[in-house]
Design a protein around this ligand. Structure first.
Ligand SMILES: *[C@@H]1O[C@H](CO)[C@@H](O)[C@H](O)[C@H]1NC(C)=O
Ligand SMILES: *[C@@H]1O[C@H](CO)[C@@H](O)[C@H](O)[C@H]1NC(C)=O
Ligand SMILES: *[C@@H]1O[C@H](CO)[C@@H](O)[C@H](O)[C@H]1NC(C)=O
Ligand SMILES: *[C@@H]1O[C@H](CO)[C@@H](O)[C@H](O)[C@H]1NC(C)=O
Ligand SMILES: *[C@@H]1O[C@H](CO)[C@@H](O)[C@H](O)[C@H]1NC(C)=O
Length: 243
């Protein structure tokens, strides 16, 4: 009888222990459907991202997707400092469509834990690119617990896990991820694949050479005007003398 009691309580103890261990260590899910805005509000320092999630409606997209699918999502959340360290006017220069793409570029269409980053293969698809065109990719490199992200324009490191519940992971990044598709430096125009009308080139070069020419033309004109004035004065003086 005593044996059974000990046996039973040991079992119970083991059961309780494993139950406790199975609980996620951090960030218990809030009641109700997952709400990315609420998560970011609670974390603080994400007001710009929250504003953009709202204006682009990507926030609703994220919430709906979390409710409707099981594959989960991963969000890289740039801090307010990250946004304010962009060169001024960067956000304002974007079209509405580009703003949507910029925010979707920070969302991966599946849940990826910090340790899973070590085994994902590059490039990673983001919500900004569709399945077929492979646009708007991100690359990650890892070393131990360090996860670096490369866009082709800038690099950053995951600096903190804000939220993780096996459905949604939200990672803090201290730089806005800039997609090549929007921020590719304007290189000298590559040779066009379709031959263009020959006429176009001289016109394109027009303004710079014209402005230089017109400057020197103006200088020449000034000189000729002065010369004419001097000649006129000389003529007047010599006329006056001759009288
Ligand atoms: C998500 O949370 C924000 C802020 O707490 C709130 O304004 C918004 O209505 C919530 N959205 C949903 C769908 O519950
Ligand atoms: C979540 O999805 C269920 C159906 O799958 C739907 O009834 C419910 O309204 C959705 N909730 C939100 C907040 O979108
Ligand atoms: C991540 O980035 C940091 C800072 O640029 C660098 O020192 C480190 O070597 C990088 N690690 C990996 C795994 O790419
Ligand atoms: C991303 O990784 C792929 C595959 O390794 C590579 O082809 C591509 O050049 C990388 N892009 C960037 C921006 O690092
Ligand atoms: C970003 O990291 C890649 C390697 O992952 C490196 O080749 C590249 O030079 C880095 N770019 C910047 C802007 O630091």
């Amino acid at each position: 009888m005593e044996h059974i009691t000990i046996y039973a309580s040991t079992l119970l103890f083991l059961l309780l222990t494993t139950q406790t261990l199975a609980q996620p260590a951090a960030a218990p899910a809030p009641p109700g459907p997952t709400n990315i805005t609420k998560i970011l509000e609670k974390a603080g320092q994400f007001t710009t991202l929250i504003r953009l999630l709202k204006s682009t409606q990507v926030g609703d997209q994220i919430n709906n997707q979390l409710n409707d699918s099981n594959s989960g999502l991963t969000v890289f959340a740039p801090t307010d400092n990250a946004f304010s360290s962009l060169s001024s006017g960067t956000l304002n220069s974007l079209t509405d469509q580009q703003k949507v793409a910029l925010i979707q570029f920070h969302v991966l269409p599946s849940f990826i834990s910090m340790s899973q980053f070590q085994t994902v293969s590059n490039p990673l698809r983001t919500q900004a690119g569709d399945v077929t065109n492979g646009q708007f990719p991100l690359n990650v490199t890892t070393a131990g617990n360090t996860v670096n992200i490369t866009t082709g324009i800038d690099n950053t490191t995951v600096s903190n896990t804000i939220y993780s519940d096996n459905q949604l992971a939200v990672y803090q990044v201290d730089q806005v991820l800039l997609p090549l598709e929007i921020f590719r430096p304007q290189a000298p125009a590559p040779a066009p694949s379709k031959p263009k009308k020959k006429k176009a080139a001289p016109i394109a070069e027009g303004p710079s050479s014209t402005s230089k020419d017109s400057t020197s033309a103006a200088v020449t004109l000034n000189w000729s005007l002065s010369a004419a004035a001097i000649a006129f004065a000389a003529a007047v003086i010599s006329l006056w003398w001759s009288l």
